[in-house]
Design a protein around this ligand. Structure first.
Ligand SMILES: C[S@@+](CC[C@H](N)C(=O)[O-])C[C@H]1O[C@@H](n2cnc3c(N)ncnc32)[C@H](O)[C@@H]1O
Ligand code: SF4
Length: 454
């Protein structure tokens, strides 16, 4: 049995508040149609003129079946035809990008979804070769793919490795059979172990595992058992996500039995249990919800103060430009965000007409870039020097006066220190980081409904 988790009353109330995960700032609900395909094209040309390296994110919005809990942008397809048709459009989008970016240096490729390993192998290979022909891959480029362990095979793993894939993320979530049944994702330990073995035999040693807490019927013991079993597989990294229950946005989540969902205190306790076991297993805690081997690049980046946050969560990627490819993908440029149409037909139509499929975005204006800096610092380092942030954006530190005043309930509780212009979270870091970050969010309360803070 795990020791019960003592939760201060005030924290219990805070845990019920809903705030964004801040994988971008401003957050996606504040994107508008003011960012158009033309704006995106101009931003890309500016990146090309500056000769800056870029990271690429490719979105594959297909899965064989949809898991009840899924919050990702994806669709079920049992047939390969729609997936092949999608891959064909990706080639057109890549050509369009290359026409604007020139032969840009690529520092990272990340395939997300959905399930990128649903792509037929010849389609995956053709896209990697197309990218390699049009752009300049950096010799030390990280090439990462999100994979569903149920579809990893020894041949598939070898094919990925032969194309330069050197990091894989496996969606594990839970190894508890009762929870797996409740979330519509039956994937026993031998399936997960076989996926690890296939990847390692193919030479892909850097393997991340996604785990979740807050799922129906999960309790501390269930989370502990999964974490212990996963330690025996020794992944390079873990991401531990609290289940975001947003059935008003993801209607298939109505299949999740709400009566079986753990409450805020249980969620906090489960997160703490996972943290204790992974730290006990020698992993370094990264930000709020990642864990990495001490020699993993993410640990090295954190130790060197170079940890960043982007749409994939925590990253050591230092490229200022992330270019999204595929329906719903988001690009981040030094001047703002641009998001492709989320619906595949709309995205395809635009690309086939020879224009970018940008549906919305947000150009940084006013204090956006400065506040994004402050929020990233809070979430990556649990502290922020507001004077330094303000100075980087040529603003007086007094712009943050009102935000610091709003933090006083955390300060009075002894959880946050304000020392001159330096704000640091002292205790309950994981539990309150998003809440503290949200005090620097100038848009909060102006639209958007989010999942709970923990
Ligand atoms: C694109 S999936 C990973 C690859 C593959 N599709 C899979 O499921 O194995 C990304 C990850 O997001 C997380 N995730 C999905 N839905 C979520 C939700 N509603 N709340 C929190 N995390 C979620 C899961 O941990 C999942 O592994
Ligand atoms: S969790 Fe992964 S496999 Fe399941 S529906 Fe979502 S993207 Fe697809």
């Amino acid at each position: 049995m795990n020791a019960p988790f003592a939760l201060p009353h005030a924290l219990r109330d805070l845990a019920r508040r809903s705030v964004p995960r801040y994988t971008s700032y401003p957050t996606a609900p504040h994107f508008t149609s003011a960012v158009t395909a033309e704006v995106h094209a101009e931003w890309l040309r500016r990146v090309a003129r500056a000769g800056s390296p870029v990271s690429l994110y490719l979105h594959i919005p297909f899965c064989r079946t949809i898991c009840n809990y899924c919050g990702c942008t994806t669709k079920a397809s049992l047939r390969d035809e729609p997936i092949r048709a999608y891959a064909a459009v990706l080639h057109h989008e890549i050509a369009l990008l290359a026409a604007h970016l020139g032969r840009a240096e690529v520092s990272r490729i990340h395939w997300g979804g959905g399930t990128p390993n649903i792509l037929p192998p010849d389609c995956f290979e053709a896209i990697v070769r197309d990218l390699g022909d049009r752009f300049a891959f950096r010799p030390d480029m990280e090439h990462a793919v999100e994979l569903d362990p149920r579809h990893v095979t020894p041949e598939g793993a070898r094919a990925l490795a032969s194309l330069g894939v050197n990091r894989a993320s496996l969606g594990v979530q839970t190894l508890d059979p009762a929870v797996q049944a409740a979330i519509g994702r039956v994937q026993p330990l031998p399936t997960v172990r076989a996926a690890f073995e296939s990847l390692r035999s193919a030479g892909i040693e850097a393997i991340n595992a996604d785990l979740m807490y807050g799922l129906p019927f999960q309790d501390d013991d269930s989370v502990a058992a999964t974490a212990e079993l996963m330690l025996s597989l020794a992944p390079s990294r873990f991401a531990i996500f609290g289940y975001a229950h947003v059935p008003w946005m993801k209607t298939h989540q109505r299949l999740v039995d709400e009566a079986a969902l753990p409450g805020p205190e249980e969620r906090l306790s489960q997160a703490a249990v996972a943290r204790r076991i992974l730290e006990g297993g020698g992993y370094v805690e990264i930000g709020m919800d990642h864990f990495a081997h001490p020699d993993d690049p993410l640990s090295v980046a954190q130790a060197g103060g170079r940890l960043r946050r982007n749409f994939q969560g925590y990253t050591d990627d230092d490229a200022e430009t992330l270019v999204g490819i595929g329906a719903s993908s988001i690009s981040r440029m030094p001047w703002g965000y641009a998001q492709n149409a989320a619906d595949v037909p709309g995205w395809r139509r635009a690309i086939e007409e020879g224009r970018f499929a940008i549906a919305r975005g947000k150009a940084f204006d006013g204090q956006d870039a400065m506040r994004a800096d402050a929020i990233e610092a809070v979430l990556c380092r649990f502290e922020v020097d507001l004077a330094a942030v303000a100075a980087r954006h040529s603003a007086p530190v007094s712009v943050f006066d009102e935000d610091v005043r709003r933090l006083r309930h955390f300060v009075n509780a002894g959880w946050v220190d304000v020392d001159g212009s330096r704000v640091s979270i002292r205790v309950h870091r994981h539990e309150i980081a998003r809440l503290v970050a949200s005090e620097f969010d100038a848009y909060l309360g102006h639209g958007g409904k989010h999942s709970v803070a923990v």
